[in-house]
Write a protein that binds this ligand. Structure first.
Ligand SMILES: [Zn+2]
Ligand SMILES: [Zn+2]
Length: 339
């Protein structure tokens, strides 16, 4: 399988937490948390269309400024999603600067705040000096018995979240590709069909759930000419596409180990291909972890095991363990795999 998402941590395991997920072949990315993110560089930061914030403790939000700076004047819309209080936090950040010369800087920031009572939305425009414009609130959707709800629904994927107890709500996220499509290039080639933009259109028809008898006209670019041709979606499905289960990535940071959090995390991360989970403490310091509403490496491993994930990546290590990163990883691995 040629995965649609490629993901990596923004920083070293001892650095600020953050996850960058590239949506391949689309020049688009998703970003989870805004800790220090200079390491990403402007090109990657600008690709992030949607940013998912767990909570706004400083190590998860200080990178907002870097993002704002590179996004100014690019005609972009940034969408931020996060817990209660995020709109006021963004407003506070924006009011920390002077904005009298930004008339020609078309930047829009839309912030969605998710809480049990519903979704609050506010928009800030560079053209009016980032005044806050509140929009009507809407109810949560996609709610499950395990406390999850939908944050973003895209034709290709959905992002679900669950509010964990970190003494304040800390949102955990799961990114789920609807299903995965693989085009067989050899068969396309043998049938005299080029690869190219038309296959993207075909993907959209599949994501939209169009039926097999759906007909469409595609523009095919051959080496020396272009051609308009009619296809039947069912024929493409049968001859050229393999459809398999979609990829899933889960991201969990800053949460206490308790029954309620465990139930929510296990349900949200269930069957993930990669489970990114915080592990700030070694289990010998489990009491400190509990006092500070964080997980230990062993607890991260247990959660990964119960959720039946394929791969566990631990990060957000406390600086008290500098040079002991391998111990944290070992402890998590042993609890996850039993070796
Ligand atoms: Zn925190
Ligand atoms: Zn943190």
């Amino acid at each position: 399988m040629n995965p649609s998402f490629s993901s990596f941590l923004v920083n070293d395991v001892f650095g600020d937490p953050g996850l960058f997920v590239e949506v391949r072949w689309s020049k688009r990315a998703l970003l989870f948390d805004l800790g220090h993110n200079d390491a990403l560089g402007p090109t990657r930061l600008l690709r992030a269309s949607d940013i998912f914030i767990s909570h706004t403790h400083m190590d998860h939000f200080i990178g907002f400024d870097t993002l704002l700076r590179v996004a100014l004047g690019r005609g972009k819309t940034l969408r931020l999603h996060g817990p209660s209080g995020l709109i006021a936090n963004v407003e506070g950040k924006l009011h920390g600067y002077t904005w009298n010369l930004v008339d020609g800087y078309p930047l829009t920031i839309t912030v969605h705040e998710f809480q049990a009572e519903g979704i609050k939305t506010a928009t800030f425009l560079a053209t009016d000096g980032f005044q806050r414009h509140d929009e009507p609130s809407s109810p949560l959707s996609g709610c499950t018995d395990d406390g999850a709800f939908t944050v973003l629904r895209d034709p290709m994927f959905t992002v679900q979240a669950s509010a964990l107890n970190h003494r304040i709500p800390s949102l955990a996220y799961a990114l789920q590709e609807q299903f995965h499509m693989n085009f067989n290039k050899e068969r396309l080639h043998a049938a005299g069909l080029p690869v190219g933009y038309w296959l993207k259109e075909v993907k959209h028809y599949f994501w939209q759930g169009k039926p097999d008898d759906f007909r469409f006209i595609a523009t095919l670019y051959h080496e020396h000419h272009k051609e308009e041709r009619e296809f039947l979606l069912g024929e493409i499905r049968e001859r050229f596409v393999t459809i398999t289960r979609g990829q899933k990535i889960a991201y969990v940071v800053d949460a206490r180990y308790d029954a309620d959090n465990e139930r929510k995390i296990v349900a949200l991360a269930r069957g993930a291909d990669i489970f990114y989970c915080e592990a700030p403490y070694l289990d010998r310091d489990a009491d400190k972890a509990r006092d500070r509403y964080h997980l230990t490496a062993r607890q991260a491993g247990i959660l990964a095991k119960h959720a039946g994930v394929r791969e566990l990546v631990v990060f957000h290590f406390s600086p008290r363990y500098t040079d002991l990163g391998h111990e944290i990883e070992k402890e998590a691995r042993e609890a996850f795999r039993g070796k």
